[in-house]
Design a protein around this ligand. Structure first.
Ligand SMILES: [Mg+2]
Length: 118
């Protein structure tokens, strides 16, 4: 049985999503990237993830809606270019446990993941 923590990445910029997926897999997580909000919800209803890394501006279903649908039991860290206090507050009020403003470096993302999962 795998003890790797499962991380879902919801990010519509595919190269960024795939790069993050590769990086997280290389440091011992089991990461999977999907590319719009509907796919995130589909994936969360099919599989259990220890953590969701979530972009806010995505086609079909935006990140804030995803947080609402995923519910407060789901660990979520928002990774977004949107850094306005109002949006950060809304995401956190809806249940996001962390918020990283793009551009990010991988080290920062991994530290934040470990903080939430630890
Ligand atoms: Mg986006």
């Amino acid at each position: 049985m795998s003890t790797k923590k499962k991380i879902l990445i919801g990010e519509d910029e595919r190269p960024m999503a795939k790069a993050l997926e590769l990086k997280l897999n290389s440091v011992g997580f089991e990461a999977k990237a999907v590319f719009n909000g509907n796919e995130v919800i589909e994936e969360l209803t099919t599989n259990k993830y220890d953590l969701l890394l979530l972009d806010l501006i995505m086609p079909k279903l935006g990140g804030l809606e995803v947080i609402r649908e995923a519910g407060k039991e789901q660990n979520i860290i928002v990774v977004s270019a949107v850094g306005q206090d109002k949006v950060v507050k809304e995401a956190k009020d809806l249940g996001a446990k962390g918020y990283i403003v793009k551009p990010f470096d991988n080290k920062q993302v991994i530290e934040e993941i470990n903080k939430v999962l630890g």
